[in-house]
Design a protein. Structure first.
Length: 164
């Protein structure tokens, strides 16, 4: 059987299997495509199986769990990053004098840093929503926020040095 025939015969089954695992149509579609890409490479290297359906499901399962592990690591990384980056700012905002200084500096910041920082910190919007507002990527929103936060932290350090 040629690979196109295998694809035609088994794609829908693999897709449904991955959809049951992921509960997401887009992820299932993406993982099914990746499964068949891996299968094509294996068949070209003469490592094809006797039970194609079971073999494809095994590839699909491994593909999904690899994806899942990467996503889990990314989510944990994002959570750790969020936890670590907010503490200093929160400490400054809890102190009335520091809060006033942060707001003064924020008022003088350039756009889009000012707005992104405000939306994230005071509006508590997720990066995805901020990105949508600006018509940019989520990565852009994250970088812009972190640059703004860095500017504020540097300014606060300068102010604390002057007070000492």
């Amino acid at each position: 059987m040629n690979f196109e025939g295998i694809y035609q015969d088994y794609f829908h089954d693999v897709y449904l299997y991955l959809r049951a695992l992921s509960r997401d149509e887009k992820i299932a579609e993406e993982m099914a495509q990746e499964t068949f890409f891996k299968a094509l490479n294996a068949i070209e290297n003469d490592t094809g199986p006797s039970d194609i359906r079971a073999w494809l499901f095994t590839i699909a399962k491994h593909t999904y769990f690899t994806y899942y592990k990467k996503q889990k690591k990314q989510i944990l990384s994002d959570v750790m990053e969020e936890t670590n980056t907010g503490v200093e700012i929160t400490d400054h905002l809890m102190n009335k004098e520091d809060a006033f200084t942060v707001h003064q500096f924020l008022h003088s910041m350039k756009e889009p840093y000012k707005e992104v920082f405000t939306l994230r910190t005071f509006g508590e919007l997720p990066f995805k929503k901020i990105a949508e507002l600006f018509g940019k990527s989520e990565g852009w929103a994250r970088v812009t926020f972190h640059r703004a936060r860095k500017e504020i932290m540097e300014y606060m350090e300068e102010m604390n040095d002057e007070r000492s």
